[in-house]
Design a protein around this ligand. Sequence first.
Ligand code: SF4
Length: 771
Amino acid sequence: MTAVQETASAAEWRSTACILCECNCGIEVRLGGEDGRRFERIRGDKAHPASKGYTCEKALRLDHYQNGRSGRILNPLRRRPDGTFEEIDWDTAIAEVAARLRAVQEAAGPEVGGKSIFYYGGGGQGNHLGGGYGNALLRAVGGRFRSSALAQEKTGEFWVNHQMLGAMVRADFDHTEVAVFVGKNPWQSHGIPHARTTLKEIARDPGRSLVVIDPRRTETAELADFHLQVRPGTDAWLLTAMAGVIVQEGLVARQWLAEHAADVEETLEALAAVPVAEYCARSGVSQSLVRAAARRIAGATGGVAVFEDLGVQMNRHSTLVSWLEKLLWVLTGNFGKPGAVYSPSSLVDITAGGKVRGTTPVAGMPLISGLVPCNVIAEEILTDHPARYRAMIVESANPAHSLADSKRFREALEALDLVVVIDVAMTETARLAHYVLPASTQYEKWEATFFNFEFPRNVFHLRAPLLEAPDGPLPEPEIHARLVEALGAVTQEDLAPLQEAAKHSRAAFAMAFFAAVGANPKLGAVAPVVLYRTLGPTLPDGAAAASVLWAAAHKCAQAHPESVGRAGFTGEGHEAGEQLFEAILSSPSGVVITDDEYDESWRRLKTADGRIHVTIPELLAELRGLATEPAAPEPDWPFVLSAGERRSFTANTIMRDPTWRKRDPAGALRVSPGDADRLGLIDGGRARLSTRKGTGVVTVEIDDSMQDGHLALPNGLGLFSLSDNGGPMVTGLAPNELTDAAARDPFAGTPWHKHVPARLEPLAEDPPDAA
Ligand code: SF4
């Protein structure tokens, strides 16, 4: 137990964070129950610099994560030939996994070697520290290919950002005059700090406007001044029409573009020729509403803030839509000023700049941000190509459930020579692994999120453990360190001088560390583990896992010296970085790491000339192609299914205990009243939902927020958990039993989960189990 825990009494409120969405709101937890491990009370942490006491209802149910019926694993498991698992000790597990990774390298031959070992994951929401150490493991085996959920959600947008700005962007909804949400329902999916408060403030203020583009009348759309209820999958035509209105009605910020942008004219010419009325009709939104919304955006003097999310990022033309979304604020001059779009600082840049870093070995898809598109992973395995992936390390992720076409993904996992899963619970992926290595929960170890995008004051929150882990599970950094050592990638001989230097002083350590990794690139490749084993033991309260943040803090101080200085971290040389690191270590509710001025965003652009580059030739060609793209109705599949809707009680697959859901226990399929009437469906009744890839039985919820022809199934359902008698049970239908990996964006490879052709049939009586 750490000193932090020893000094905390059971009745004390302790600071940590909610782990159920990217906001990672600060919370305080009071432990209780017979064993002192229950999350007896939970409240928002007012001292958290970003969330300031705000939470939604999900955070209050976190005891179900820590203590729920999740199927927790307490010892390393090895799969027997008959598919069952046996417990083994850690030494055996580490030695065998390392040996089998080496065997995979050898089987792949000298040319491919460790590049046949694929790494997936690196952290759920708020669980990113381990991922830093996972990189070291991948390098230790000579691996190159990796992926995570970002490559089925965000890489299209990352690529567009890279092409246009060379930088990541977010938007200032706190101060904006016009807030625009494209395929996003922040009331449920959050994504911005204190989302519901902000939405209500905008809706209440007659001088501000809320524009929502969504096929459903969501909770956010209910508050909107302009709800553009787009026909599912036609966002590209709608956004093109909006940009067309801005150009054709002379609403472009020409002077601003002349000062700040490049490659403008070709895009303006294309938009000048857009048939606005025809595209509005195609998208199902009235031309007058489209024109009114476009004029409101162009006329704003107090900034326009835009946020696109999975409703369009997992939909047809997703990368094109990301570009069109950005044209709305670029053509109207809304960057780098209050209430507009900005470029945040970062402690760790999860986007890796959005650059393409090569291609995948089998499908030849671009590695945007260095990530393999999730939708091609199975085809990179199920082949006899010599460079195929032969082994997979999965950390804090559940690709067998969360990636498209689960059936095929399971086949891919079964075809691998080795699958190692590092996780808290026996997930759908862990069930297919050769080895399962149990991890501490997010509240039993030092942890942090790298989703830090606030502005002007960006925040980082390192969380101390609330509880001691039970015997057995280990934090991911320790698991990675043991594997890296077992692989021989770092030795005690390498570490000893650095351990001595770390005991002496931080300055001595810095000198010794940079000299050592400079002299020995192999050591540099596993630098996180080197830091963990050398600097780590000198950190207070057992915070060794935070050692990777030492390097990140220095990098941040070098990259953003003025912003870090305004946040209070100053001094010569490495001093500001050291101060920042110490502040991170000693701030249980999080700390402001950078304090920006609005024009800082301009200095973060990484284009060669510091301007925003408007035209992306590949996407301009796709935009022109919209004019001739046929509507292609599918008579056998009359519905469009949104597979994976965010609701009050959904949270990816982190929450495995079904009783955490206070509402919607079965994860019902939302159907419009018109469709229900036509098909003879009743509220709460059963229906058979089919797609080209699968069939399942669903509970129907008749919902007048849905438009005819559109269905919505929540995410995170269909998970194994434990029933009252301890046996396995599954609740609801897993969306990816119905999705198709081939249905994906041509640029980024991101899936079209929000546009799955589907069929729905009523079930007259109790059905057999879902097929
Ligand atoms: S918005 Fe809700 S789900 Fe997201 S981190 Fe905050 S409390 Fe958790």
